[in-house]
Design a protein. Structure first.
Lengths: 114, 110
């Protein structure tokens, strides 16, 4: 069966520090991968998605970047965090092709930038 | 971009009552999906309804879709305290992007 791992669960970082959040998927190959951010009590904002290794689509110009160095690994990074980067970050995957319609989410990372 | 918009933003009902949440969207769709999120957790897929379907059932869930009005509704019957969560609709933009609404926060009071 497929599983998605996202870590860490919580993170407190000072303004100006770097960030690296990692997400890995097991039990499937060539998934579409997604990073979303959620402000408290709000909906999900799509940040990045990837349809293959090294292929990254950015949805929102911002202080963040994403990379996909391996088929089932998706990394969210920042060189210098801003206060506005605080939020709940969710990684998700779905299968490619017509069968891959629903998203499977990780458990999320609560990031607080102080 | 914001494709789906849920209504109401918050809903509080007594256990055993039915809960209805609505979603409106803007562009043509192939399908519309509903997800559930418990506080501080990831989202879980509940049900998918295709554009050529008008109604779909799954257990205590009933979803309707009206493509002429670009709207969908999620009905939870005989609500339970464990149904307390946020519920989101999602649609696909282009071929790859799932875009979510702001969600409805549902509270079931015992």
């Amino acid at each position: 069966s497929q599983t998605i791992h996202q870590w860490p669960a919580t993170l407190v970082q000072p303004v100006g520090s770097p960030l690296s959040l990692e997400c890995t998927v097991e039990g499937t190959s060539n998934p579409n991968l997604y990073w979303y951010r959620q402000a408290a009590g709000r909906g999900l904002q799509l940040l990045f998605y990837s349809v293959g290794i090294g292929q990254i689509s950015s949805e929102v110009p911002q202080n963040l970047s994403a990379s996909r160095p391996q088929d089932r690994q998706f990394i969210l990074s920042s060189k210098k965090l801003l206060l506005s980067d605080s939020g709940f970050y969710l990684c998700a995957w779905r299968s490619q092709g017509a069968r891959g319609e629903k998203l499977f989410f990780g458990s999320g990372t609560q990031l607080s930038v102080l | 971009s914001q494709q789906g918009e849920e209504d109401p933003q918050a809903l509080s009902i007594q256990e055993g009552e039915n809960a209805t949440m609505n979603c409106s969207y803007k562009t043509s769709i192939n399908n519309l999906q509903w997800y559930r999120q418990n506080s501080g957790r990831g989202l879980v897929h509940l049900i998918l309804i295709r554009s050529n379907e008008r109604e779909k059932h799954s257990g205590r869930l009933r979803v309707t879709l009206d493509t002429s009005k670009k709207s969908s509704s999620l009905l939870i019957t005989a609500s339970r305290a464990a149904d307390t969560a946020s519920y989101f609709c999602a649609t696909v933009e282009g071929a790859q992007k799932l875009v979510f609404g702001q969600g409805t926060r549902l509270t079931i009071n015992p």
